[in-house]
Design a protein around this ligand. Structure first.
Ligand code: PMP
Length: 460
């Protein structure tokens, strides 16, 4: 029980009256604030009986507990007082050196003076918005985009314009058309947000040609690009591609990196590399947000990298995730209907699957949860209600058997929905939803690479 201002005790919990009491106090931006589809799902999927293909979780169970204990013990013995103390807003020098080393592994050279250590890569998105956006400003993002960026875009009241993708990432021809249209409307985007490698949620990678073109456009128009790159080092096949930051040379690209997917998400450490004046404003924004990122976890990172075992650990993660990706692709071929398509990522953590139009994945999730399986419905990756027939499914955070069983259960609810749709409309899709073996093989040979863009719903 809590006390209310009129004196009497009142039961805890949200009621319409509670909302009324506080509504007048909120800033106008709270009216457009939005929750991320993934965060909403986390509460539901924490139940142990649920197989969650909804998260974007690295498999932290692979990190040896004895290494963790030894690193922490070393930090405690060598640097106890400093690790328990505040640190500089821009981050510890030793961690900035580590960041330069990690970026060099992807072929990107940076000066540690251009680095800001942040509380996860997520904070970079927030700080970039805080630094660049006034209400109504345009941000260009991919369609679909990272669902976790949407709460930041909304909180800073951005007008997000999403540019479609195909298997080679953002369609730069469509981007150019979009920029021209915005020119005609007298609007200049504040930045272009892209996840060029193993995109979240679509799993696709921007081709070299498009990377070059995007950087050329940024230079010609003096437009900032936020390159969000948590997955670049998690490549399972194919040739590495240069980062946009490398191609740009430090003029218009703000780079986002993170330790979350190559080491641990629980450390909550990421970083930004940005042109000096932009970095300075982001630093001011960070001072207001959290003064500095955790000194304790920065000491952990510095010690871990000093021991020189990060590359073998990364190699182990890549081997594991590659296998899980293959398990997922096989399971999809076995259990998803013939009309479904999905991407075949060369790295990262996600597959993006698109089902027949009759399926609405937001409704499907409700059914799937009754079978104790979860995914992220596609609409969570769009600002305008698109994505209704698509879903994001993760293969890094769950063991092989759970991937197989999870996909089987989703396939089962999809088949039931199609059956139901067929019996109502009398148009059961050809093939009874079963995927003939020959077709499965054709998909494996390349058809599954086709990213079927989610269709716009009839009403918008
Ligand atoms: N950007 C993208 C594309 C992501 O997928 C994530 C994590 N899911 C983040 C940023 C943020 O990650 P973190 O804050 O853990 O570094």
């Amino acid at each position: 029980m809590t006390d209310d201002l009129s004196g009497g005790p009142r039961p805890k919990g949200r009621s319409a009256r509670d909302l009324e009491r506080y509504a007048g106090l909120f800033a106008s931006r709270t009216r457009v604030m939005k929750s991320s589809a993934m965060r909403d799902l986390m509460a539901l999927t924490e139940r142990p009986e649920v197989i969650s293909l909804a998260g974007g979780l690295p498999d932290t169970s692979t990190f040896p507990a004895e290494d963790f204990a030894a690193i922490m013990a070393k930090v405690a013995v060598d640097s106890s007082a400093a690790a328990l103390q505040y640190g500089p807003t821009e981050g510890l020098g030793r961690v900035k050196d580590v960041i330069a080393h990690v970026m060099a592994a992807e072929g990107t050279k940076v000066d540690t003076g251009d680095v800001l250590v942040t509380t996860g890569g997520q904070q970079v998105i927030d700080l970039v918005c805080k630094t660049l956006l006034d209400p109504g400003d345009v941000v260009v993002a991919e369609a679909p985009t990272y669902p976790g960026a949407i709460p930041s875009f909304c909180a800073y009241q951005a007008d997000v314009v999403q540019v479609e993708m195909d298997d080679d990432g953002m369609r730069i021809d469509v981007l150019e058309e979009t920029l021209e249209r915005l020119d005609r409307e007298g609007r200049t985007p504040k930045f272009i947000y892209t996840i060029p490698s193993f995109q979240n949620p679509a799993g696709v990678t921007m081709s070299l040609e498009r990377r070059k073109r995007l950087v050329e456009i940024a230079h010609a128009r003096e437009l900032l690009v936020l390159e969000d790159n948590p997955y670049g080092l998690l490549r399972y096949e194919g040739e590495p591609l240069p980062t946009l930051r490398t191609l740009d040379g430090g003029e218009f690209v703000i780079y986002l990196g993170t330790f979350s997917k190559i080491l641990s998400a629980g450390l909550r450490l990421g970083w930004a590399v940005a042109p000096g004046p932009v970095l300075q404003k982001m630093n001011l924004g960070k001072q207001g947000a959290d003064l500095c990122s955790s000194s304790l976890t920065q000491y952990f990172v510095a010690q871990y990298f000093a021991e020189g075992r990060w590359e073998p650990y990364l190699a182990q993660l890549k081997q594991l995730y590659r296998r899980r990706r293959d398990v997922m692709l096989d399971a999809l071929a076995e259990h998803f209907p013939a009309e479904a398509t999905w991407t075949r990522p060369q790295g990262g953590l996600f597959v993006w699957a698109t089902l027949p139009d009759a399926i609405d994945t937001t409704d499907l999730l409700v059914r799937a949860l009754t079978r104790n399986v979860a995914f992220v419905p596609g609409r969570g990756a769009f600002m305008d209600g698109r994505g209704g027939a698509s879903m994001r499914i993760n293969f890094s955070g769950v063991p092989d058997d759970d991937i197989r069983e999870g996909v089987r259960r989703i396939g089962e609810v999809v088949a039931e929905q199609l059956e139901l749709f067929g019996s109502i409309s009398g148009t059961r899709p050809a093939g009874g939803g079963k995927r003939p073996q020959a077709e499965q093989r054709r998909d494996e040979a390349g058809m599954a690479d086709v990213l079927r863009l989610p269709r716009r719903r009839a009403n918008g």
